[in-house]
Design a protein around this ligand. Structure first.
Ligand SMILES: O=c1[nH]cnc2c(O)cc(-c3ccc(F)cc3)c(-c3ccc(F)cc3)c12
Ligand SMILES: [Mg+2]
Length: 214
């Protein structure tokens, strides 16, 4: 055994980024994944769309499903106002361990609570464990088959309010057809597709933005 891809990504951040500078962490990861070793970060193309939707919402509470190495966690938290909170859920302990270090290297650990476990188990515990009433913004980037069930679970747990924005990665590649059917056909959502590219490639992918109407 040797190092894992996430561990090599962390090394690249520690070598090439400046501690406490989130933009340099983002650039170091994008450079590494574009020129050295591909990895499933949302990336710089889709990342610009994530940034603009996030800034439009200016959320006080954010839920991220799927931390991986913390790239999108850093992208989101760097744009959040003082006092706002981001909860990010990661199932894989090895990913979570690297993500904690990348988030800390960016200096964003005070805004971010990283929780290890399954989204299906953790979503019903958000209110009691983290004192969350509602999420203003949800970034779905964990596993395509979980997007629809987890969205219904967020509704059932009363964690969405009128105006909450859901933004889902990979709705084309690898694709989340059941999720798209759900949010595009439900009268409770206003949805639109942002066409882009699969991270660090020329393949098409995109983000689906869905506003909960209450
Ligand atoms: O699973 C993912 N979660 C969150 N974001 C992902 C992402 O941004 C990209 C990919 C992805 C990987 C390889 C490829 F050729 C195309 C797309 C995946 C993914 C899909 C199927 C897999 F079997 C394992 C990874 C994920
Ligand atoms: Mg993704």
């Amino acid at each position: 055994t040797g190092t894992s891809r996430p561990q090599r990504m962390l090394k690249a951040v520690q070598k090439n980024a400046t501690k406490g500078d989130p933009q340099s962490v983002i650039s170091a990861i994008d450079y590494y994944c574009r020129h050295k070793e591909w990895a499933m970060n949302v990336g710089d193309d889709k990342g610009l769309i994530l940034d603009s939707v996030l800034m439009e919402v200016n959320p006080s509470t954010v839920l991220e499903l799927g931390t991986y190495c913390g790239y999108s966690t850093v992208r989101i938290a760097r744009l959040m106002s003082p006092g706002s909170k981001l909860i990010t859920v990661e199932f894989n302990p090895a990913f979570a361990e690297v993500a904690r270090q990348i988030i800390a290297y960016a200096g964003l650990q005070d805004k971010v609570t990283l929780v290890e476990g399954s989204s299906g188990d953790l979503i019903p515990k958000m209110k009691e464990r983290f004192g969350i009433k509602y999420f203003d913004f949800v970034f779905l980037d964990h596993w395509k088959d979980s997007y629809a069930p987890d969205t219904k679970l967020l509704e059932d747990c009363g964690l969405l309010k009128k105006g909450t924005v859901l933004l889902a990665d990979n709705v084309i590649c690898p694709g989340a057809p059941e999720y798209l059917k759900y949010v595009r056909n439900s009268p409770r959502y206003e949805s639109r597709y942002y066409k882009s590219n699969l991270e660090y490639t020329k393949a098409e992918d995109g983000l689906e933005k869905s506003v909960f109407l209450g």
